[in-house]
Design a protein around this ligand. Sequence first.
Ligand code: SF4
Length: 255
Amino acid sequence: MVITEIFKSIQGESTRAGLPCIFVRLTGCNLRCTWCDSAYAFHGGKKMTIEEVVARVEELAGRKAGSAERGAGDATQRCASLAGPGQTAGGPRKTSAMPLVELTGGEPLLQEEIYPLAERLLAAGYTVMIETSGERFIGRLPKEVIKIVDVKCPDSGEPDTFDTKNLAELTENDEVKFVLSTRRDYEFAREFARQHGLERRVRQVLFSPVFEDPEGKWPGLEPRLLAEWILADGLPVRLGLQLHKFIWDPATKGV
Ligand code: SF4
């Protein structure tokens, strides 16, 4: 598979925001969102085998490569403290929390190896999340993978790309995310969520304002404005800010 980067950071988005997480960023995307903050993953990358990716994840998780069984025990202990009392880092598994791995991109579902990779990471005891544009079918992923599925809004430059077959595949462990750059995007997201009863289908519906490009290529949406719109309409959604852009410089890669 072709990989742009593998790194450890703090999860910046979703209901797991704030938790330590290992990110595997796959190279390539078939969309071109106007405000894309990971365009550096469109091209290039490094060819790696699934084994090499898993070994790097194990290394970042502090496990010895090839000792997944022992590592899983270590990880359970460590992650109990990551998730906090009475809380698990993963969705369906309530008895033990495990280190979090996010598969992202680019668009991770463009590479066929994503399926065996997800299986390998789950078998090694990780809580596996995937962040996807919503344009690809999510139904081939193992059901234990937590899916964070975007629905592209009109001003993303990639409207009408959501595969509606994905609606039937979403579970109560998954999350649907709308990245919003304008009032028009907000109204689209509000109506889409209502029309499809999203809050009953998934763990969380996320509304995230576009963060202004540090190089001035696109404007941001003021989070305060979005908060006021959500409150005025009484929407059952979570306002999502990209935590990593507040912790580190917004232009920093690999965080
Ligand atoms: S789908 Fe994601 S990676 Fe692809 S262009 Fe849009 S924001 Fe960028």
